[in-house]
Ligand binder design. Structure first.
Ligand code: PHE
Length: 346
């Protein structure tokens, strides 16, 4: 019996030591120490042994039980440690490695400046309005006092859509300016009205550093009782001074647009030299900034507003041009060219 026990002890220890994973080790443990394990069965049988061998075998089997339990615990720990070490080896992180640069995207300079423009006008009580880029002839031309036969249509040569014209709205056209939103907004909200309309416009241009077929404008419109060009001067001086974060002066020159009367061009004092004269302003001290004027009575009528009660002014400037001035960009084509080397500079 004693010998049987010692053999069991030997083989059990051998099996424990050679176990390579926790599953095998557990099976060995069950085979010897489980409910029906080999050693458990011997321990149960001790009570039936002859009196003289009972204490000896009883003691020995208990000692073996304790020894095996310890061997199991030790081996268990050893395998666990090995598995941790193995996984660490497989998934290690080099804390000293220099990281990979994480590229953040950002808004396009056009969008950024558009947001700034919107904020400034919003602060002066203007609403930001929107209109379709594919416009109808009626809003883009006719309602703005530019009938089909008018030579002003040549000033804004554009892209017509190859669709059957609507009887009332005319042909579909990629809008040549943001001015069609004037009448659209008048019809929708009536007077009084204070809006700006930032948006994309299109023209059939021969492309060069100053001309693009697609660019951005900002329209402005203020209609109320007793509105004069003095309000326009005040609003624009305030807007430009806020945007350029320095005092900017404005001046009017006569200009022609069929949808305003009188029409004018607004110049701003040169932001580089402050009006003294430099290369940027060609030593004039002034930079051409936008077209504007008092809204023509025909346009108010087209918008359902009585020109005998209300009057107002409108302006339109090139957001694209403003950005070129602001950042010193000398070729318009880079703005929508999709070259990341340009965009990433902002
Ligand atoms: N729509 C004109 C243009 O694109 C600008 C303008 C707007 C002029 C409003 C006067 C009044 O050239």
């Amino acid at each position: 019996m004693k010998e049987k026990l010692q053999n069991l002890q030997k083989t059990a220890l051998k099996e424990i030591f050679s176990a390579k994973d926790l599953k095998t080790l557990k099976e060995v443990a069950v085979a010897y120490l489980g409910k029906k394990g080999k050693l458990t069965e011997i321990l149960h049988g001790v009570k039936d042994l002859p009196a003289e061998s009972k204490p000896i075998i009883g003691k020995l089997s208990n000692e073996i039980k304790v020894e095996l339990e310890k061997a199991f615990a030790d081996k268990n720990k050893e395998i666990e440690n090995l598995e941790i070490a193995k996984s660490l080896n497989e998934e290690w992180i080099d804390l000293t490695a220099s990281g990979e640069k994480y590229e953040y995207g950002h808004l396009h300079p056009l969008t950024k400046t558009q947001h700034e423009v919107e904020n400034i006008f919003h602060g002066m009580g203007f609403m930001v309005a929107d209109g379709p880029e594919v416009e109808c002839e009626k809003y883009n031309f006719d309602d703005l006092n530019i009938p089909a036969t008018h030579p002003a249509r040549d000033m804004q040569d554009t892209f017509f859509l190859d669709k059957k014209p609507d009887v009332k709205l005319g042909k579909l056209v990629l809008r040549t300016h943001t001015s069609p939103v004037q009448v659209r907004t008048m019809l929708k909200y009536g007077a009084p009205l204070k809006i700006i309309v930032p948006g994309r416009v299109f023209r059939n241009e021969a492309l060069d550093a100053c001309h693009e077929h697609t660019f951005d404008q900002v329209e402005g419109l203020m209609i109320d009782k007793e509105i004069s060009l003095a309000h326009l001067k005040g609003v624009m001086a305030e807007f430009l001074s806020k945007l350029f974060e320095k005092e900017v002066k404005v001046r009017f020159r006569p200009g022609y647009f069929p949808f305003v009367e009188p029409g004018l061009e607004l110049d701003m004092s040169c932001t580089i030299c402050g009006g003294v004269g430099c290369k940027t302003c060609k030593h004039a001290g002034w930079l051409e900034f936008m077209g504007a004027g008092m809204v023509h009575p025909n346009v108010l009528k087209a918008g359902g507003i009585d020109p005998n009660v209300y009057q107002g002014w409108a302006f339109g400037f090139g957001l694209t041009r403003l950005i070129m001035m602001r950042y010193g960009i000398d070729d318009i084509r880079v703005l929508n060219g999709g070259d990341l080397r340009f965009v990433e500079q902002f």
